[in-house]
Design a protein around this ligand. Structure first.
Ligand SMILES: NC(=O)c1ccc[n+]([C@@H]2O[C@H](COP(=O)([O-])OP(=O)(O)OC[C@H]3O[C@@H](n4cnc5c(N)ncnc54)[C@H](O)[C@@H]3O)[C@@H](O)[C@H]2O)c1
Length: 359
């Protein structure tokens, strides 16, 4: 069956990688991207599919229930993949309002729209509900924080969100669950660990470190840098969502992760080492990036600067993806070594993309 996807937040980091992945993997399917183009949304992320006749971009807000209803009907959408969110923890600490609006009210608005079009309207005409799937993209941060020795999060771990961001995502996860249990909406949810890769907005750790090294700016590290995150290459997240949509059980949650825990300070050192090596092996880089003085001198780590820790900073996240592995045959394709190398290469080759966002 041809899938006709509505991808919310498809101009953001993961949503755009997902749209590119999907049309490459399923060229006959149709994708409508709905995105409000906030500071994190960027049409340039979608240039690779812009001319594809099966791709349509709609500039709009997920809180606009009527617009979503119209799109569901006009494009006969049968699969909604919900990425749209405010996603930066630091911004949620200084300004939680937008997180409540988009992550909670926005998700509720989508659920209302799909329930009306897929379930209620056919029922009113004595018709069966429209075959559908609502896939909700969530985060491991809803599970709270771990100590060094705690086992990794499973789908059974109780929710304990600590930041306004993770609390708003947890609330949206619960709404999605409730729409399944109460109204029979056919939903799945995936909770993924930290992503990295192309099109990652340069305020997030890995692209921030790369772009700061290229400008010889300090590399700010919160606290002592010992906080641990579990990193996954973004295309491996897209592949995981694909498996959940195609093989996952309705009403279930699936953890997606790469069993790849790193302390923040060590990730920063890996990126410094990679850029040092690239500048030594490719002298043209010094011409292209004359400001990258420390990397040119094989000493990017000299830019590391410890700064005051983030308020309420979660100490460790780690994903146990055994359920996805056993039930969906999920396993990441990229190793960390190949994924981080691809990512650094991408940023070196695509300075037009990130320069526009920085200056
Ligand atoms: N980045 C990660 O490491 C990570 C890990 C796990 C889960 N997630 C989840 O994946 C999803 C995507 O994350 P991301 O890193 O790509 O985020 P992002 O901030 O890069 O992209 C979010 C996109 O949503 C759009 N958007 C925001 N508010 C909107 C609204 N009201 N209506 C329509 N569009 C709106 C933005 O314009 C942007 O294009 C989020 O739901 C996030 O919680 C992210």
């Amino acid at each position: 069956m041809q899938k006709r996807l509505l991808v919310t937040g498809g101009a953001g980091f993961i949503g755009s990688n997902f749209a590119l992945y999907w049309l490459k993997t399923y060229p006959k399917d149709k994708i409508i991207v709905l995105d409000a183009l906030t500071y994190a949304g960027n049409r340039d992320n979608l240039i690779g599919v812009e001319n594809n006749p099966n791709f349509t971009f709609v500039h709009g807000n997920i809180c606009n229930t009527e617009l979503v209803e119209t799109l569901l009907v006009e494009h006969e959408i049968n699969t909604l993949i919900h990425f749209a969110a405010e996603s930066h923890v630091d911004r949620s600490i200084t300004g939680p309002d937008a997180f409540i609006e988009t992550n909670i009210i926005g998700t509720y608005s989508l659920l209302k729209a799909v329930k009306k079009i897929w379930i209620d309207e056919p029922k009113a005409q004595d018709l069966p509900m429209i075959p559908h799937r609502f896939h909700h993209v969530s985060t491991d941060e809803v599970y709270g924080a771990l100590s060094k020795t705690d086992p990794a999060f499973t789908e059974e771990t109780a929710y304990a969100p600590n930041s306004p961001y993770s609390a708003s995502k947890a609330a949206s996860d619960h709404l999605v669950r409730a729409y399944h249990h109460t109204y029979g909406l056919e939903v799945t949810t995936s909770n993924c660990s930290n992503n990295y890769g192309p099109f990652h907005f340069p305020e997030k750790l890995i692209p921030l470190i790369i772009t700061n090294i290229l400008h010889d700016k300090p590399l700010p590290i919160y606290g002592d840098g010992q906080q641990i995150r579990d990193w996954l290459y973004v295309e491996d997240h897209a592949q995981g969502i694909d498996l959940v949509i195609n093989k996952g059980q309705i009403g279930e949650n699936y953890n997606i992760g790469g069993h790849n825990e790193w302390a923040n300070i060590d990730i920063v050192k890996v990126v410094c080492k990679l850029l040092n090596e690239k500048f030594q092996s490719t002298p043209e880089l010094a011409v292209q990036y004359p400001k990258a003085k420390s990397a040119i001198e094989n000493n990017a780590e000299s830019l590391i600067t410890f700064v005051e820790d983030r308020a309420g900073h979660d100490w460790r996240y780690a994903i146990n993806a055994t359920k996805s592995k056993n039930e969906l045959s999920y396993h990441p394709i990229e190793s960390f070594e190949t994924g981080i190398n691809k990512t650094v290469e991408w940023y070196l080759e695509n300075n037009d993309w990130w320069n526009d966002l920085l200056f």
